[in-house]
Design a protein around this ligand. Structure first.
Ligand code: NAP
Length: 319
């Protein structure tokens, strides 16, 4: 089979397409023919060697894959060859085939394409954990999704809208702003435009928002605290550096700053996440947005493009 291998940490050029033996499923394992693999920002940090988790070299990146069950190992009775599934694996999805345990394989409803399925675990799992399990969002609250045009943001917009929140969302391109409105944002703001923070406050009649899902905390956290309503909370989802804050902004609002990484989500929470995603996919509340399909061989290009401004849903690798 063909797979992307990383033999040394470095730039996008270290992602090499190679021929490797197709694995065989052992007891309790499932072999999946991957048709689409999601590209997530963290995979670029891991590839460069700057991420908290450094896999032993060589490794195949990728946590999000979708495809068809090819073979099952001994003792697997809830999946069979031919089933459409999506995966939640630590690494290994940038390949034609991947091995997963039963807990890492999830049914993909017939109306969901493989490319959409490749945008489920990391982006939708993160949005679900942030909104429901971390922030305990409630209908009627106002949420600012700060960075709503990408994988996690579009998922969060759809979920927050389905739950009955007032959704304020940001993006920096016209197509991104149109996308977040189409997916359910009541108001959209351009985070590259001077004065947009004032526009957000005006949209809440000066009250502030109850909840902020933050995709770039190193840039925005200090100002986020000034946008919060009383007892508001910020959930830090993404950050690429240090931030400066004014602690009195927290004190005067009795506010909270929360944060997590998906790696730390418990097994019980994961079960709940996948059940929630399946329900949302089946009833149409969740509709993963595939912005770009790129051949697996061009994984390096995908790693460059995922970090450029102008996000539009997911970038996926197809094979
Ligand atoms: P993505 O698809 O690349 O989207 C990035 C988003 O950030 C886009 O909406 C982009 O908007 C927005 N953005 C860019 N500059 C911004 C700014 N100054 N202020 C606010 N937003 C800005 O990435 P993703 O998959 O959605 O992930 C978003 C972040 O969360 C990444 O940093 C990722 O590493 C992190 N993340 C963390 C976890 C976790 O476990 N904590 C899980 C998944 C993702 P424009 O392109 O329109 O400017």
């Amino acid at each position: 089979m063909k797979a992307i291998l990383v033999h040394e940490f470095g730039g996008p050029e270290v992602l090499k397409l190679e021929e490797v033996p197709t694995p065989r499923p052992g007891a309790g394992q499932i072999l999946v023919r991957i048709h689409a693999a999601g590209v997530n920002p963290y995979e670029t940090y891991m590839r460069s060697g700057t991420y908290a988790i450094k896999p032993p070299l060589p490794y195949t990146p990728g946590s999000d894959g979708a495809g068809v069950v090819d073979a099952v190992g001994e003792g697997v009775d809830n999946f069979k060859p031919g089933d459409s599934v999506y995966l939640s694996i630590p690494i290994g999805a940038y390949a034609e085939y991947a091995l997963a345990t039963v807990a890492q394989v999830h049914p993909l409803p017939a109306k969901v394409t493989f490319s959409q399925g490749a945008g489920l675990w990391v982006p939708y799992g993160t949005a679900y954990h942030a909104l429901y399990q971390c922030a305990r969002a409630r209908a009627g609250e106002a949420v600012l999704i700060h960075g709503a045009s990408g994988g996690v943001g579009t998922a969060a917009v759809q979920m927050a809208r389905a739950l009955g929140l007032k959704v304020l969302a940001t993006a920096s391109s016209d197509k991104g702003l149109d996308l977040v409105k189409r997916e359910g944002a009541h108001h959209a703001f351009n985070h590259a435009k001077t004065g947009y923070l004032g526009e957000i406050l005006n949209a809440t009649n000066g009250q502030g928002v109850d909840l902020i899902l933050e995709m770039l905390a190193n840039v925005n956290l200090g100002q986020d605290l000034k946008l919060l309503a009383q007892r508001g909370r910020v959930v830090i989802i993404g950050s690429r550096g240090d931030a400066t804050i004014t602690p009195r902004d927290i004190m005067s609002r009795r506010a909270s700053i929360l944060g997590f990484t998906l790696w730390g989500v418990s097994e019980a929470e994961q079960k709940e996440i996948h059940a929630g995603l399946l329900a949302g996919l089946e009833n149409g509340a969740l509709r993963p947005i595939v912005g770009k399909e790129i051949p697996l061989a061009e994984a390096g290009r995908a790693h460059k493009e995922i970090l450029e401004p102008g996000a539009f849903g997911k970038i996926v690798l197809v094979s």
